[in-house]
Design a protein around this ligand. Structure first.
Ligand code: NAD
Length: 337
Protein backbone atom coordinates (compact mmCIF):
# COMPACT_ATOMS: atom_id res chain seq x y z
CA UNK A 1 0.00 0.00 0.00
CA UNK A 2 1.32 3.45 -0.89
CA UNK A 3 1.93 5.76 2.07
CA UNK A 4 1.38 9.48 1.67
CA UNK A 5 3.90 11.73 3.36
CA UNK A 6 5.16 15.29 3.12
CA UNK A 7 8.84 15.87 2.44
CA UNK A 8 10.50 19.13 3.47
CA UNK A 9 14.12 18.93 2.25
CA UNK A 10 15.09 21.95 4.37
CA UNK A 11 18.06 24.30 4.32
CA UNK A 12 21.85 23.89 4.36
CA UNK A 13 22.71 20.18 4.37
CA UNK A 14 18.97 19.34 4.44
CA UNK A 15 18.51 18.47 0.73
CA UNK A 16 21.61 16.19 0.73
CA UNK A 17 20.68 14.22 3.84
CA UNK A 18 16.98 13.89 2.98
CA UNK A 19 17.90 12.68 -0.54
CA UNK A 20 20.18 10.07 1.03
CA UNK A 21 17.34 9.00 3.33
CA UNK A 22 14.89 8.70 0.45
CA UNK A 23 17.35 6.42 -1.32
CA UNK A 24 17.50 4.20 1.77
CA UNK A 25 13.70 4.08 2.16
CA UNK A 26 13.39 3.21 -1.53
CA UNK A 27 15.96 0.46 -1.20
CA UNK A 28 14.04 -0.92 1.79
CA UNK A 29 11.08 -1.34 -0.57
CA UNK A 30 8.68 1.08 1.10
CA UNK A 31 6.33 2.76 -1.31
CA UNK A 32 5.81 6.38 -0.31
CA UNK A 33 4.17 9.09 -2.39
CA UNK A 34 6.17 12.11 -1.26
CA UNK A 35 4.59 15.53 -1.47
CA UNK A 36 7.62 17.85 -1.63
CA UNK A 37 7.08 21.16 0.14
CA UNK A 38 9.14 24.13 1.23
CA UNK A 39 9.75 25.74 4.62
CA UNK A 40 12.41 27.90 6.24
CA UNK A 41 14.93 29.88 4.19
CA UNK A 42 14.27 27.83 1.03
CA UNK A 43 10.63 28.95 1.23
CA UNK A 44 11.59 32.57 1.95
CA UNK A 45 13.73 32.54 -1.20
CA UNK A 46 11.05 30.87 -3.33
CA UNK A 47 7.78 32.37 -2.09
CA UNK A 48 8.79 35.01 0.52
CA UNK A 49 7.16 33.06 3.34
CA UNK A 50 9.06 30.78 5.76
CA UNK A 51 5.96 28.65 6.42
CA UNK A 52 3.77 28.60 3.28
CA UNK A 53 0.11 27.52 3.49
CA UNK A 54 0.80 24.83 0.89
CA UNK A 55 3.22 23.16 3.31
CA UNK A 56 0.77 23.30 6.20
CA UNK A 57 -2.04 22.00 3.95
CA UNK A 58 0.14 19.13 2.82
CA UNK A 59 0.94 18.05 6.40
CA UNK A 60 -2.72 18.45 7.34
CA UNK A 61 -3.54 16.02 4.53
CA UNK A 62 -0.77 13.45 4.97
CA UNK A 63 -0.42 13.80 8.79
CA UNK A 64 3.11 12.54 8.29
CA UNK A 65 6.28 14.45 7.37
CA UNK A 66 10.00 13.93 7.04
CA UNK A 67 11.86 17.18 7.42
CA UNK A 68 15.40 18.42 6.90
CA UNK A 69 16.73 21.13 9.22
CA UNK A 70 15.50 24.69 8.76
CA UNK A 71 17.55 27.83 9.20
CA UNK A 72 16.39 30.30 11.85
CA UNK A 73 17.96 33.78 11.97
CA UNK A 74 19.61 34.32 15.38
CA UNK A 75 18.21 37.09 17.58
CA UNK A 76 16.21 38.73 14.75
CA UNK A 77 13.96 37.97 11.76
CA UNK A 78 11.24 35.33 11.68
CA UNK A 79 10.67 32.98 14.60
CA UNK A 80 11.77 29.38 14.39
CA UNK A 81 9.69 27.49 11.83
CA UNK A 82 10.51 24.28 13.68
CA UNK A 83 8.83 25.66 16.78
CA UNK A 84 5.96 27.05 14.65
CA UNK A 85 5.33 23.65 13.00
CA UNK A 86 5.28 21.93 16.38
CA UNK A 87 2.74 24.51 17.55
CA UNK A 88 0.63 24.42 14.37
CA UNK A 89 0.08 20.67 14.67
CA UNK A 90 0.27 20.47 18.48
CA UNK A 91 3.22 18.06 18.26
CA UNK A 92 3.58 17.85 22.01
CA UNK A 93 6.06 15.00 22.35
CA UNK A 94 9.59 15.26 21.04
CA UNK A 95 11.29 11.87 21.23
CA UNK A 96 15.08 11.91 20.89
CA UNK A 97 16.89 8.60 21.34
CA UNK A 98 20.68 8.44 21.73
CA UNK A 99 22.34 5.06 21.55
CA UNK A 100 26.01 4.03 21.52
CA UNK A 101 26.94 2.48 18.19
CA UNK A 102 30.28 4.04 17.17
CA UNK A 103 33.11 2.00 18.72
CA UNK A 104 35.98 3.49 20.70
CA UNK A 105 34.18 6.46 22.22
CA UNK A 106 34.50 7.39 25.90
CA UNK A 107 31.10 5.75 26.56
CA UNK A 108 29.97 2.54 24.88
CA UNK A 109 26.75 1.72 26.70
CA UNK A 110 24.54 4.78 26.35
CA UNK A 111 20.93 3.98 25.47
CA UNK A 112 18.77 6.93 26.43
CA UNK A 113 15.39 8.03 25.11
CA UNK A 114 14.82 11.68 25.93
CA UNK A 115 11.19 12.82 25.84
CA UNK A 116 10.93 16.58 25.63
CA UNK A 117 7.74 18.58 26.12
CA UNK A 118 7.51 20.35 22.80
CA UNK A 119 4.84 23.06 22.94
CA UNK A 120 5.13 24.91 26.25
CA UNK A 121 7.75 26.14 28.70
CA UNK A 122 10.09 28.94 27.71
CA UNK A 123 9.55 28.22 23.99
CA UNK A 124 5.92 29.31 24.04
CA UNK A 125 7.00 32.61 22.45
CA UNK A 126 5.72 35.12 25.04
CA UNK A 127 8.55 37.66 25.06
CA UNK A 128 8.81 41.41 25.23
CA UNK A 129 11.17 44.28 25.79
CA UNK A 130 10.71 46.72 28.65
CA UNK A 131 11.44 50.37 28.00
CA UNK A 132 13.22 52.33 30.72
CA UNK A 133 13.78 56.03 30.05
CA UNK A 134 14.86 56.36 26.41
CA UNK A 135 16.08 52.82 26.13
CA UNK A 136 13.44 50.75 24.29
CA UNK A 137 15.36 47.58 25.08
CA UNK A 138 16.49 48.27 28.62
CA UNK A 139 15.23 44.87 29.70
CA UNK A 140 13.62 41.83 28.15
CA UNK A 141 11.42 39.11 29.55
CA UNK A 142 10.44 35.66 28.34
CA UNK A 143 7.59 33.82 30.02
CA UNK A 144 7.66 30.09 30.75
CA UNK A 145 4.21 28.50 30.66
CA UNK A 146 3.52 25.05 32.08
CA UNK A 147 -0.05 23.76 32.09
CA UNK A 148 -1.41 20.77 33.98
CA UNK A 149 -2.83 19.55 30.63
CA UNK A 150 0.55 19.83 28.89
CA UNK A 151 2.48 18.28 31.77
CA UNK A 152 0.03 15.38 32.09
CA UNK A 153 0.13 14.38 28.46
CA UNK A 154 3.92 14.51 28.15
CA UNK A 155 4.50 12.48 31.30
CA UNK A 156 1.88 9.96 30.22
CA UNK A 157 3.54 9.78 26.80
CA UNK A 158 6.95 9.13 28.42
CA UNK A 159 5.65 6.42 30.74
CA UNK A 160 3.65 4.73 27.97
CA UNK A 161 6.74 4.80 25.75
CA UNK A 162 8.82 3.27 28.56
CA UNK A 163 6.31 0.44 28.98
CA UNK A 164 5.98 -0.08 25.21
CA UNK A 165 9.76 -0.28 24.70
CA UNK A 166 10.31 -2.45 27.78
CA UNK A 167 12.35 0.27 29.47
CA UNK A 168 13.10 0.02 33.19
CA UNK A 169 13.13 3.59 34.48
CA UNK A 170 11.85 7.10 33.81
CA UNK A 171 13.78 10.07 35.23
CA UNK A 172 11.77 13.26 35.81
CA UNK A 173 14.19 16.13 35.11
CA UNK A 174 13.28 19.58 36.47
CA UNK A 175 14.42 22.75 38.23
CA UNK A 176 11.60 22.91 40.77
CA UNK A 177 13.98 23.95 43.55
CA UNK A 178 14.31 27.41 41.93
CA UNK A 179 11.33 27.77 39.55
CA UNK A 180 8.91 26.62 42.19
CA UNK A 181 5.68 27.31 40.29
CA UNK A 182 6.26 26.39 36.63
CA UNK A 183 8.81 23.62 37.23
CA UNK A 184 7.05 22.72 40.47
CA UNK A 185 3.79 22.08 38.63
CA UNK A 186 5.60 20.02 35.99
CA UNK A 187 7.23 17.86 38.68
CA UNK A 188 4.05 17.48 40.77
CA UNK A 189 2.11 16.30 37.74
CA UNK A 190 4.96 13.91 36.85
CA UNK A 191 4.79 12.39 40.32
CA UNK A 192 1.02 11.92 40.01
CA UNK A 193 1.27 10.26 36.60
CA UNK A 194 4.14 8.06 37.82
CA UNK A 195 1.82 6.50 40.42
CA UNK A 196 -0.34 5.10 37.61
CA UNK A 197 2.68 3.14 36.37
CA UNK A 198 3.84 1.83 39.75
CA UNK A 199 5.08 -1.74 39.40
CA UNK A 200 5.51 -1.36 35.61
CA UNK A 201 8.38 1.08 35.40
CA UNK A 202 10.61 2.69 38.05
CA UNK A 203 10.68 6.45 38.52
CA UNK A 204 13.30 8.85 39.89
CA UNK A 205 13.80 12.62 39.97
CA UNK A 206 16.81 14.74 39.08
CA UNK A 207 17.43 18.47 39.15
CA UNK A 208 18.56 19.43 35.64
CA UNK A 209 22.05 20.63 36.60
CA UNK A 210 22.82 17.44 38.50
CA UNK A 211 21.40 15.47 35.59
CA UNK A 212 23.75 17.28 33.16
CA UNK A 213 26.74 16.39 35.33
CA UNK A 214 25.69 12.74 35.63
CA UNK A 215 25.00 12.48 31.92
CA UNK A 216 28.64 13.27 31.18
CA UNK A 217 30.03 11.02 33.94
CA UNK A 218 27.62 8.06 34.25
CA UNK A 219 25.25 8.21 31.28
CA UNK A 220 24.61 4.47 31.40
CA UNK A 221 22.47 4.96 34.50
CA UNK A 222 19.85 6.84 32.46
CA UNK A 223 17.07 5.11 30.54
CA UNK A 224 14.06 7.33 29.68
CA UNK A 225 14.20 11.03 30.58
CA UNK A 226 11.18 13.33 30.53
CA UNK A 227 11.63 17.08 30.85
CA UNK A 228 10.43 20.53 29.80
CA UNK A 229 11.09 22.16 26.44
CA UNK A 230 14.33 24.14 26.99
CA UNK A 231 16.00 21.52 29.18
CA UNK A 232 15.06 18.83 26.67
CA UNK A 233 16.50 20.86 23.83
CA UNK A 234 19.83 21.28 25.59
CA UNK A 235 20.11 17.81 27.12
CA UNK A 236 19.32 16.11 23.81
CA UNK A 237 22.28 17.83 22.14
CA UNK A 238 24.33 16.66 25.12
CA UNK A 239 23.18 13.06 24.74
CA UNK A 240 23.99 13.33 21.00
CA UNK A 241 27.53 14.25 21.98
CA UNK A 242 27.77 11.16 24.20
CA UNK A 243 27.16 8.83 21.26
CA UNK A 244 29.32 10.51 18.63
CA UNK A 245 27.77 13.82 17.69
CA UNK A 246 24.80 15.60 16.23
CA UNK A 247 24.98 13.70 12.95
CA UNK A 248 23.66 10.59 14.69
CA UNK A 249 20.53 11.50 16.63
CA UNK A 250 16.99 11.66 15.29
CA UNK A 251 13.92 13.33 16.71
CA UNK A 252 10.24 12.54 16.33
CA UNK A 253 7.66 15.27 16.92
CA UNK A 254 4.43 13.51 17.77
CA UNK A 255 0.90 14.84 18.16
CA UNK A 256 -2.62 13.51 17.79
CA UNK A 257 -3.11 15.16 14.38
CA UNK A 258 0.28 14.66 12.77
CA UNK A 259 3.88 13.58 13.27
CA UNK A 260 7.05 15.18 11.89
CA UNK A 261 10.36 13.33 11.84
CA UNK A 262 13.69 15.12 11.67
CA UNK A 263 17.29 15.24 12.88
CA UNK A 264 18.17 16.85 16.20
CA UNK A 265 20.85 18.90 14.45
CA UNK A 266 20.56 22.08 12.40
CA UNK A 267 21.50 23.11 8.88
CA UNK A 268 25.29 22.75 9.49
CA UNK A 269 26.17 25.86 7.42
CA UNK A 270 29.90 25.13 7.81
CA UNK A 271 29.65 21.96 5.67
CA UNK A 272 26.60 22.76 3.50
CA UNK A 273 27.07 22.01 -0.20
CA UNK A 274 30.24 19.97 0.38
CA UNK A 275 28.58 16.55 0.14
CA UNK A 276 30.15 15.36 3.41
CA UNK A 277 27.22 15.64 5.86
CA UNK A 278 26.29 12.59 7.86
CA UNK A 279 22.73 11.56 6.90
CA UNK A 280 22.38 9.10 9.81
CA UNK A 281 20.19 11.33 11.99
CA UNK A 282 17.56 11.79 9.28
CA UNK A 283 17.84 8.12 8.30
CA UNK A 284 17.14 7.16 11.93
CA UNK A 285 14.28 9.68 11.95
CA UNK A 286 12.88 7.77 8.96
CA UNK A 287 13.15 4.60 11.09
CA UNK A 288 11.11 6.32 13.79
CA UNK A 289 8.62 7.21 11.05
CA UNK A 290 8.39 3.57 9.94
CA UNK A 291 7.75 2.51 13.55
CA UNK A 292 5.08 5.18 13.79
CA UNK A 293 3.19 3.89 10.73
CA UNK A 294 3.37 0.28 11.93
CA UNK A 295 6.28 -0.83 9.75
CA UNK A 296 8.51 -1.96 12.60
CA UNK A 297 10.08 -4.70 10.44
CA UNK A 298 11.31 -2.12 7.90
CA UNK A 299 12.49 0.19 10.70
CA UNK A 300 14.53 -2.65 12.21
CA UNK A 301 16.10 -3.59 8.85
CA UNK A 302 17.08 0.00 8.13
CA UNK A 303 18.40 0.53 11.69
CA UNK A 304 20.44 -2.67 11.54
CA UNK A 305 22.01 -1.63 8.24
CA UNK A 306 22.86 1.84 9.57
CA UNK A 307 24.28 0.53 12.84
CA UNK A 308 26.33 -2.20 11.15
CA UNK A 309 27.84 0.35 8.75
CA UNK A 310 28.69 2.71 11.60
CA UNK A 311 30.08 -0.06 13.80
CA UNK A 312 32.34 -1.35 11.03
CA UNK A 313 33.82 2.17 10.53
CA UNK A 314 34.96 1.36 6.96
CA UNK A 315 32.75 3.79 5.09
CA UNK A 316 31.62 6.57 7.43
CA UNK A 317 31.54 10.34 7.18
CA UNK A 318 34.24 12.54 8.65
CA UNK A 319 32.24 13.77 11.68
CA UNK A 320 32.47 10.20 13.02
CA UNK A 321 36.08 9.61 12.06
CA UNK A 322 35.85 8.52 8.42
CA UNK A 323 36.48 10.02 5.00
CA UNK A 324 33.35 8.95 3.10
CA UNK A 325 31.04 11.38 1.39
CA UNK A 326 27.30 11.44 2.11
CA UNK A 327 26.69 9.42 -1.06
CA UNK A 328 29.40 6.82 -0.34
CA UNK A 329 28.12 6.24 3.18
CA UNK A 330 24.55 5.94 1.87
CA UNK A 331 25.71 3.36 -0.70
CA UNK A 332 27.36 1.37 2.10
CA UNK A 333 24.21 1.40 4.23
CA UNK A 334 22.07 0.33 1.26
CA UNK A 335 24.52 -2.47 0.46
CA UNK A 336 24.03 -3.72 4.03
CA UNK A 337 20.23 -3.87 3.80
P1 NAD B 1 24.06 22.69 13.66
O1 NAD B 1 23.43 21.51 14.31
O2 NAD B 1 23.59 23.04 12.31
O3 NAD B 1 25.65 22.50 13.61
C1 NAD B 1 26.46 22.31 14.77
C2 NAD B 1 27.74 21.56 14.38
O4 NAD B 1 27.42 20.17 14.11
C3 NAD B 1 28.39 22.07 13.09
O5 NAD B 1 29.79 22.00 13.22
C4 NAD B 1 27.91 21.12 12.04
O6 NAD B 1 28.79 20.96 10.93
C5 NAD B 1 27.80 19.81 12.81
N1 NAD B 1 26.76 18.95 12.23
C6 NAD B 1 25.42 19.09 12.39
N2 NAD B 1 24.78 18.17 11.68
C7 NAD B 1 25.72 17.42 11.06
C8 NAD B 1 25.67 16.30 10.17
N3 NAD B 1 24.50 15.74 9.79
N4 NAD B 1 26.84 15.78 9.70
C9 NAD B 1 28.00 16.31 10.09
N5 NAD B 1 28.13 17.37 10.93
C10 NAD B 1 26.98 17.91 11.41
O7 NAD B 1 23.82 23.92 14.68
P2 NAD B 1 23.98 25.49 14.45
O8 NAD B 1 25.17 25.78 13.61
O9 NAD B 1 23.88 26.06 15.81
O10 NAD B 1 22.67 25.90 13.68
C11 NAD B 1 22.62 26.20 12.28
C12 NAD B 1 21.19 26.53 11.87
O11 NAD B 1 20.34 25.41 12.07
C13 NAD B 1 20.55 27.68 12.66
O12 NAD B 1 19.82 28.50 11.75
C14 NAD B 1 19.60 26.99 13.62
O13 NAD B 1 18.51 27.77 13.98
C15 NAD B 1 19.15 25.80 12.78
N6 NAD B 1 18.66 24.64 13.54
C16 NAD B 1 17.60 23.97 13.03
C17 NAD B 1 17.13 22.84 13.67
C18 NAD B 1 15.97 22.12 13.07
O14 NAD B 1 15.62 22.35 11.93
N7 NAD B 1 15.34 21.20 13.78
C19 NAD B 1 17.75 22.39 14.84
C20 NAD B 1 18.87 23.08 15.32
C21 NAD B 1 19.32 24.22 14.67
Amino acid sequence: MTLNATLIPGDGIGPDITDATLRLIDAAGVDIAWDRQLAGMAAVNAVSDPMPDATLDSIRRTRLALKGPLETPVGKGFRSINVALRKAFDLYANVRPAKSVIPGLRFTDVDIVLVRENTEGLYIGIENYIKIGDDERAAAQSVAVVTRYGAERIHRYAFDLAVRLGRKKVTLVHKANILKLSQGLFLDVGREIAKEYAGKVAVEERIVDACAMELVSKPERYDVIVTTNLFGDILSDLTSGLVGGLGLTPGANIGKEAAIFEAVHGTAPDIAGKGVANPTAVMLAACQMMDHVGKADVATRMRNAIEATLREQQTVTRDVGGTATTAEYTDAVIARL
